[in-house]
Design a protein. Sequence first.
Length: 353
Amino acid sequence: MTAVIAKRFVQNPLLSPKDLKPSRAGLEIACLLNPGVFTFQNKTWLLIRVAERPQQKPGIISFPVLKAGGIEIIEIQENDPDLIATDPRVINYKGADYLTTLSHLRLVCSDDGIHFYQPEGYPLLQGEGEDEAFGIEDCRVVLIEDTYHLTFTAVSGHGVGVGMRTTKDWQTFEKQGMIIPPHNKDCAIFEERINGKYYALHRPSSVDLGGNYIWLAESPDGIHWGNHKCLIKTRKNNWDSKRVGAGAAPIKTAEGWLEIYHGANANHQYCLGAFLMDLNDPSKVIAQTDEPIMQPEADYELSGFFGHVVFTNGHLVNNDELTIYYGAADEFVCAAKFSIQDILAHLKYNHAT
Ligand code: MAN
């Protein structure tokens, strides 16, 4: 059991696949998940990951990939001996990995942070070019000075990397390209500079030596990153034993930079935890929670496209109140409130390096 109290919204799920329209004829929305969160023009906005695929026919797995000029639907017989399809999210066919859905990012907004609608006149953000052919996912949004920085997972046959686009008005976007190459995801930029430098958390995925650990990088301009340092590792026999990854931008508190992160175990069950970095030198991790601060418990978190998942990459802070928006079971968009003091009180300082 978790000791920290997550107050789930009674309105959860706030958004389900049926609530939005597919981006094009011939596709259906399989999942709405993992929103980036920001405020703009006095409203709460979510930049939701919308995962689509063709309606599935019996005996066939079909999924879209982006090509110059449109999408191509790939169809594979379920009993094809060259197909490995044990995970609903990814398949392997003839030795190559593919995603079973194609994700784009979509804007919805709200006056109360609970009821969201898709406003007229805002573009969908879709994968562009070869390195985003399998879609873009799980966007973190951070406002630095007057520019929103969007960091998202760019997926293609080339691998999984971190893409960036910037915008001031959510109408026009500047492509900054792939800022961290494969295999990497979960990139969260700090909202302010520390001693003149930009900082970001990110997650290289290691296949052999090392592991799926959270790293810190610094940058002179918020776009070009270097001086990478490993911060948080997976913990054996624990809820975060297989992979860890940063959530949204770290939260500035009197005690340090507080980061909410996700961890998964070998059974791909995703929970949330927290760690604290030194205010002046975020490469120093001062404390970390032992137990999750939130774990899948509600029906909509336990079963769905991929059950036993709570995953956050967007939140709002109002004094002590932290509202996280999160993906539940990789299918629904939900929200929960925490007290920041409550999370801080559950940090264990014996992890200090
Ligand atoms: C993992 C999961 C999927 C995601 C891919 C690519 O398999 O997080 O949901 O689509 O990685 O990022």
